[in-house]
Design a protein around this ligand. Sequence first.
Ligand code: PLP
Length: 355
Amino acid sequence: MIKQLEVVRREHLKEKPDMATLGFGTVFTDYMLSMDYNPEQGWHNAVILPYQNIELSPAAQVLHYGQAVFEGMKAYRTGDEVRLFRPEENFRRMNQSNARLNMPEVDIDFMVDTLKQLVTLEKDWIPTGEGQSLYIRPFVIATEAYLGVRAATHYKLLIILSPVGAYYGSDHLLATKIYVEDEYVRAVRGGVGFAKVAGNYAASLMAQTRATELGYDQVLWLDGVEQRYVEEVGSMNIFFVIDGTVVTPELNGSILPGITRKSILELAQHLGYPVEERRISIDDVFEASQAGTLQEIFGSGTAAVIAPVGSVKYKDQELVVNNGQAGLVTLDLYNHYTGIQNGTEKDPFGWCVKL
Ligand SMILES: *Cc1c(COP(=O)(O)O)cnc(C)c1O
């Protein structure tokens, strides 16, 4: 197990972008973390070095058989205080994803310590505007040059950082329009839906492109067997407020276990909302809408945080939620959740890790 972290400084720091007009994931900071794995040394060669291109054999296994796992998390700054949000959860999930793709697990404490050092070094890159943060992207790829099909022996872990604005543009609480995909599926039980692997996204792009062409923002995925039960949306988990209860699909192996999802469930309970994790069919959603009990829908994920859903299109029906506006429960959860992350509100759960 590695204990040492080397830091290679760059001579000149980059010029910072105009933080007022940040998009998502377009600008990268001065430094990154890199670490290598081989069977003899395990994880080794941990180094913070200038952000740069990486060298990879054209035969690297990730390019052919897709052993690639990633994570997404954020650092927030208020004045001089910097916070990470539940970072150990992300590395724990990374290990679950790694295990599913037959890739080596990481030492969670070492990764959190290393990330703290990297973010401390890059503190000046953390934007402080409304909805802004430093997006953190850890990922692991198979680097062994070998075209035979088996788990690779060599891997690289990298962490890159990107200052970001709100995921859906400046009006971050604008309700999104979602399209229920009834042909393709994202994941099936027994597959890799619960793991944060690159291939899940590759498989989702065609449906996303079609939804975008039809004028929708995101795809809502149904289960891979019956195509009846709601799973999740694009890069977010999904929540419904039905008759005052906050409902989200239960984890079933094909749904990604979001850290925002888990935190929203804990927060909603803490705020006194009844919560339910259960199977919910798309027909249930439309029936609740018809009956007038479907009050709100929102998505949850690190990138978008909480994104209200304004309408849902399924086959030839379309339902409008709360007049296409963010609802009161959504706003209440959003305000408390972002308040805890930004440090403007007490953190009764001990979620934030201060640098
Ligand atoms: C990352 C991700 C989410 C959200 O997870 P968080 O931990 O809340 O960011 C939801 N669905 C998919 C498919 C994802 O990749």
